[in-house]
Structure formats: C-alpha cells, structure tokens
Design a protein around this ligand. Structure first.
Ligand code: PMV
Length: 311
C-alpha cells in the first residue's frame, strides 16, 4: 500500500486574477488530505471518507474521476489495465474553496507513486496534480496544486508564455489565526473561471482596470505580510473582496459571511477560492478574536474551520 498527503490552502489575494498572470498570495493551512492506494480490487475505485464529501454533487464526482484518470496518464499508468483501491481521508473537510481538490490530488499522486515505487520529487508531484486540477478548474493557474504540494505561504505568478511559474516562499513572523466560514454551497470552479473569461471578453476596458488594481494590491499585500503588518494585510483583504465582487464571483452568502466577520472585529475578510459559494476567510490574529468570529458565524448556522496561516 502507498500513502501520501497534501495541504489544504486559502488564497489570501487574487484568486481568478492569477489565472491571467496577476500575482497571488496563497497559504497552506494546517489541515491536510490523506490518501492510501493499493493495487487491489477491480478497476479504479474510490472511497471518499472526508468530512463534507457526502455533499459533493454528481458533477464534482465526475470531475474527481476525470482528475484521477488524468493523473494516471501523466504518471504513465494505463488505467484500463490497472486495479486501484483509493481511500481519501484526513482532517481537511471537503468544503469548496480551501483546496480540497488539489490537496486530494497531491495526496493521491504521492500515494500512487509510493505504491508503484516511483521516486518522484515534489516538482513532479506538483506537475501531476496540475494535470488533475484541469478536471476541476478548466484552465487552472496552478496556485492550488503548488500550495498543496509545498505548503507554507507562497507568492505565486503564472507565467503566461508557458515557462515555469514564479513561486516564492514568504515567511510570517509567526503563524496567524484565521477563520474559514463555509457557505455550504458546492461551487463549480470551472464555471466560475469560465464566467470571468466571458465577462472579461465582453468588457475588456473595465476588466483591465480591475486587473491592474489587483496587481498593485498583490505587491502591497506582500509588503504588509513581510512587515507583519496584519492591520494593513486585513484592509487589503477587504479590498481584494471588493475587486472579486466587481468581477462577479461573490454571492449573497459570501458577502454575508464577510460582513459578519468584519462586524466581529476581523482584521479583514474575503471570499477564498473560486467563489459563487464555497468559503470565506477572515484574518483573526489571536485565539480570542478567532473564537469570537468563529462562534458568531456558527451561531448563524454556518460551518467553520479554525486554523492558521504561515504554519
Ligand atoms: O475553488 P478553488 O479552491 O479550486 O480555487 C480556485 C482558484 C482560482 O483562481 C479561481 C482558479 C485557479 O486555477 O487559480
């Protein structure tokens, strides 16, 4: 049997914009997806034991199946002639927007590599997980699989000409508490990404301006995080949410979670991931503030994850 794991993540700045080569900032969180793989059974079977996975729509299940086929192909394994039993678990819930798909792809790729005695470096695991991400995101930027593979806090810029992406590790003075609130809506990243592309094509002038602002925001955010200026970083997260609303990837429930977190004193809050549902992330330095924001959101009937960035 082979086993492996992959980190969950929150995008702190510039989801969607990263697809077009604007820099983004992502952090792994301390929750992980775990996979075990054995060459037994008949065909390719998957047992998804992750919390929240029962809420996965049929569409997500189809994408999950396609992602595994893509990975096998990328690893040179003939899925027609191979029997694999895959088990997925870990403490990363199957919420949309916290990298559940990329974390599971990295975990599965590592487990398959171990089962087939392939000695693959992280760089190769990352490439394989990127192939898997295409099933979920259509034209992924690569930010999710990069965070899921390497962990930590990462500055990410997709290289549009096809070369290697820019991946730079950032460090925080110390890990910082965050709250992730789940709208409970299973969003389809592929549709959200396609929606932005369609709107951008229709109104290039307005979108180019918004993309420019997103680019500037990323550099300001990097400076703030490096200086451990969390107040400033929080303000920039609020600003990032505003831009994401402008490109129409937020929804009522996400705006509601953002408002709740801000009212309770979060330093900043925004949607995280593909949007249209999925999750909100709030910057809540200190255990007390984290608890205050988390319980308020729970009292409103939403699920939350209390975790940290920069671990
Ligand atoms: O919804 P998630 O967690 O898969 O996040 C996707 C992030 C996007 O920027 C919307 C797409 C991408 O590939 O970067």
């Amino acid at each position: 049997m082979g086993s492996g794991s992959g980190f969950g993540k929150v995008i702190l700045f510039n989801e969607h914009f990263v697809v077009y080569g604007i820099p983004g900032i992502v952090s792994a969180i301390s929750s992980v997806a775990q996979a075990e793989v054995s060459r037994t059974g008949e065909g390719i079977s998957l047992k998804d034991a992750r919390k929240g996975a029962e809420g996965y729509t049929e569409k997500k299940k189809t994408q999950q199946k396609e992602s595994i086929e893509r990975m096998l192909r990328a690893m040179g394994i003939n899925s027609e002639k191979t029997s694999l039993e895959i088990w997925l678990g870990g403490n990363l819930p199957g919420f949309s927007g916290i990298g559940a798909s990329a974390a599971s792809s990295v975990a599965i790729a590592r487990a398959i590599a171990e089962e087939f005695k392939m000695d693959l470096p992280d760089e190769r695991i990352n490439e394989i997980a990127y192939e898997a991400e295409k099933a979920y995101a259509g034209t992924p930027s690569g930010i999710d699989n990069t965070a899921a593979t390497y962990g930590g806090l990462i500055w990410f810029k997709k290289t549009m000409s096809g070369g290697s992406n820019i991946v730079e590790r950032l460090t925080l003075e110390e890990p910082v508490e965050i709250v992730i609130g789940n709208t409970g809506i299973v969003a389809d990243t592929k549709e959200m990404v396609a929606g932005v592309a369609a709107r951008k094509e229709k109104d290039p002038e307005r979108y180019n301006l918004l993309f420019e602002q997103a680019g500037e925001l990323a550099f300001e955010a990097r400076t703030a995080l490096k200086a451990f200026d969390l107040r400033k970083a929080g303000k920039l997260m609020n600003e990032s949410h505003r831009l994401l609303r402008e490109i129409e990837v937020s929804c009522e429930e996400l705006d509601c979670l953002v408002n709740l977190a801000q009212e309770q004193g979060a330093f900043g809050a925004k949607l995280t991931g593909g949007g249209g549902g999925g999750c909100m992330v709030a910057l809540t330095p200190s255990k007390d503030l984290q608890e205050k924001v988390a319980t308020t959101i729970e009292d409103e009937g939403f699920e939350v994850l209390r975790t940290k960035i920069g671990v």
